[in-house]
Ligand binder design. Structure first.
Ligand code: CDP
Ligand code: MG
Length: 737
């Protein structure tokens, strides 16, 4: 096993000041490492195959070097002389992290020869020849450059993920390839099941990279578990206790959870449980507060993301109330077939020290600094708690144990409420296999599946349902319309979405005034497509000109597009809550966001001010950046920035112009019903409108989250007259409203 601790490069990936590898030793190590990757053996053969074919499918296990190496091979072979080499990633985290990695490997500064572009963040320059982008960014580029002429090679990476943007790009690029003989298109996938891609491109050749994976032993539960967080934490502690040694040769543990809430709850619970176990050892000399604090810090620094309601709290609280692990009783009886891992119990208590471990959360909303921490090597075991981001997009070395909750969060279009919701769903067999594969990258490993073998064989789908077949297509349809795809039903999708979902997206766009009765883009629609925002948000921005509140709406949209505004901490909840209250505008979450930003501006965008108010400086800064980018688009559209600022009614009305389809009326006590779908919903406990002493009669909301009930998130009170004025087809006074 490579001693990563000594291998400096693992701690430098994201460190901008240190992105170059200068010493000879570094260079030698790096060359050794690059040459040890499975793809290296195929280098010349692969380049030959690319030379001979315009489209080629490349299949290789995660970690074989597809994402980081192919671009460098192409560069060495001179492909950059004819245009930029572009590599797409479905996830922003992956785009950023691999760009840093490759800039490190090529010994250049990030943003020079190697750069990345993700939404609202461009780290490229004129010099950039290797460009990592999210698939969404490349898709938007087709609007200005229909043939994507500036690229000599496009790599659609992680195509097996079947993200909606990659799927649409597959169709668009198929067309481009027919016109451009000079373009090389590489479609890469981590699953063998890639014939579909080959067929789609007229039997394009598939190139298989010989893997080097080690055996992974799979353990199932004997009976289903009730709480996968609890179960995963127990298992991780059990592994940690039974397999720790002093030469720092730990095998790290990777736990797959569904998303931010589960991940944070797991991290908290790990620290709690660790303390309990730790305190039961004789030579215990560890301070509980420190452990908890450390873990809290890790989680809070990570911050980011849309705050969800109390799920994590309920879960972690509920979980900690359950029986604690004490006196080394880590047996986890009956839950797994494997008893081997718990054999050390008892002996450990007297003879061995229990060493602490590091816990790292990883999910896409986490800041890049936080994410970078998981790549570093530490002298203690790492327990990484990840979303499905760690399935294939990020390569983590040194994982020996995988704990698979069996669930993931998927965006699913909910017909009933007419929008996408993130839903916790069982993984597919393909996901489960990718997850277990992560344990066998650097040596043999074990994967604990927190479900029964029968569940795996009989209940799980073989493959994922592609995103395009389960989510809202409004954005895609709007984009295709502006790419002059007249008939969306005839677009060459690798797996076409259902007719109903195309019709429902066309309808949503029509409702917003983006397309007319003939299905053609309207003037509003043409402007809307220029904003990298969801259609209702771009509609708001455009409508704000009319009501003279552009500036305010841009701030609100930017704040919504940034990460979580307030810090989260279990320790300071009361203090945070009281600060939050200070900013609350009781009639609107959107106005509350505006208020926070305005106060920050008054305080000269100060970091100190943020700290004092438990506000995440980074999130506000991000919002500021987004604001200026949106402002640039406004300028190109010749929209005049006239603001009769502080006319909060105009602002609320503008918000209503994008979200009137989510208008709800108070039905009883705290229950609302959507005026169009008649679905019941409640104000989210985190909302500014929650418990304000009165319940407004009419509100609009941005989304519904399902937890204990259907909660509306990002809510603003509206006047019923506005609904009638803005959407006369839906609402009329008396009878309808
Ligand atoms: O794309 P694929 O999964 O085939 O592999 P890759 O992402 O190119 O990773 C190849 C190797 O580069 C991994 O085994 C890691 O050791 C290393 N790597 C890294 O250290 N840091 C990154 N951000 C990405 C990759
Ligand atoms: Mg990859």
């Amino acid at each position: 096993m490579i001693d990563y601790k000594k291998d400096k490069m693992y701690s430098t990936i994201f460190d901008k000041s240190n992105s170059k590898n200068n010493t000879l030793k570094d260079k030698e190590n790096l060359i050794r490492l690059k040459e040890s990757l499975p793809i290296y053996k195929s280098k010349s053969e692969l380049l030959q195959a690319i030379y001979n074919n315009n489209v080629i499918i490349i299949v290789g296990e995660t970690g074989s070097g597809k994402t980081t190496q192919i671009v460098q091979y192409l560069y060495e072979d001179g492909y950059h002389k004819n245009g930029i080499i572009c590599c797409t990633q479905p996830r922003r985290v992956a785009a950023v992290s691999v760009a840093y990695r490759v800039s490190y490997e090529m010994n250049v500064d990030i943003g020079s020869l190697v750069g990345y572009t993700i939404r609202f963040e461009d780290n490229t320059s004129k010099e950039t020849k290797i460009r990592y982008v999210t698939d969404g960014i490349l898709l938007r580029e087709t609007l200005n450059d229909e043939q994507l002429d500036k690229y000599s090679v496009i790599i659609l990476d992680e195509a097996h993920e079947r993200s909606i943007n990659t799927d649409v790009l597959l169709g668009i690029l198929k067309n481009i390839c027919q016109n451009r003989n000079d373009l090389k298109l590489l479609v890469t996938s981590a699953t063998i099941d890639s014939y579909k891609f080959s067929n789609f491109f007229g039997n394009a050749p598939i190139y298989f990279i010989q893997g080097r994976t080690h055996k992974v032993h799979i353990e199932y539960l004997r009976t289903a578990c009730n709480d996968y967080i609890e179960c995963a934490v127990q298992k991780a502690i059990e592994i940690h206790i039974s397999d720790s040694n002093y030469d720092n040769n730990f095998g790290d543990i990777l736990i797959f959870m569904t998303g931010q809430d589960d991940i944070n709850a797991t991290c908290y619970l790990l620290s709690e449980r660790f303390y309990e176990v730790y305190s039961s050892y004789k030579d215990y000399n560890y301070n509980k507060q420190n452990t908890i604090k450390k873990i809290n810090n890790i989680i809070n620094d990570g911050g980011g993301g849309v705050k969800d309601d109390s799920v994590s709290n309920i879960r972690s609280e509920g979980a900690t109330k359950n029986g604690a692990i004490k006196n080394g009783t880590t047996k986890n009886e009956g839950t797994t077939k494997n008893e081997g891992t718990t054999k050390n119990e008892g002996t450990a208590q007297n003879e061995r020290h229990i060493v602490p471990f590091y816990v790292f959360p990883i999910y896409s909303q986490l800041s890049s600094e936080q994410q970078s921490k998981i790549f570093q090597k530490y002298d203690l075991r790492k327990i990484i708690v990840a979303s499905n981001i760690a399935e294939t997009s990020l390569t983590l070395d040194g994982i020996k144990y995988v704990i698979d909750s069996g669930y993931c969060k998927l965006k699913v279009y909910n017909q009933k409420i007419g929008m996408d919701v993130l839903q916790i769903t069982p993984v597919s067999q393909a996901n489960a296999n990718q997850r277990s594969g992560r344990a066998g990258r650097t040596g043999p490993g074990i994967c604990y599946r927190l479900y029964t073998e029968n569940t795996f064989l009989c209940d799980l789908y073989k493959n994922n349902i592609p995103e395009i077949q389960r989510s809202n297509l409004s954005n895609v349809v709007l984009l295709l319309k502006s790419l002059h795809v007249k008939n969306i039903f005839e677009f060459d999708f690798i797996d076409p979405p259902s007719k109903e979902s195309i019709i429902s997206s066309l309808y949503n766009l029509w409702v917003l005034g983006a397309i007319d009765n003939q299905g053609e883009l309207t003037a509003i629609g043409e402007k809307m497509v220029l904003f990298p925002l969801d259609p209702p948000l771009s509609k708001m921005v455009i409508y704000s000109e009319k009501l003279k509140c552009i500036n305010e709406i841009l701030i609100i949209v930017s704040m919504l597009s940034s990460s979580a505004i307030f810090m989260e901490s279990k320790e300071n909840t009361d203090a945070i809550e009281s600060k939050k209250e200070k900013f609350t505008v009781p009639e609107s979450d959107h106005l509350t966001l505006l208020n926070i930003y305005t106060q920050w501006k008054i305080h000269k965008y100060s970091n100190e001010w943020c700290k004092k108010n438990f506000i995440q400086f980074k999130s506000l800064n991000k919002a500021k950046e987004i604001y200026s980018q949106l402002y640039d688009i406004i300028k190109t559209l010749n929209i005049k920035n006239v603001s009769s600022s502080n006319n909060w009614d105009s602002i609320r009305k503008t918000i209503c112009s994008g979200y009137f389809h989510n208008a709800a009326r108070l039905k009883s006590f705290s229950q609302y019903t959507n005026l169009i779908t008649h679905v019941s919903c409640f104000i989210h406990p985190n909302s500014s409108l929650y418990n304000i002493g009165y319940t407004p009669s009419y509100v609009i909301y941005q989304e519904i989250v399902f937890t204990t009930k259907e909660y509306m998130r990002n809510v603003t009170t509206v006047e019923p007259e506005w609904l009638c004025e803005l959407a006369p087809l839906f609402f009329y006074m008396k009878a309808g409203v």
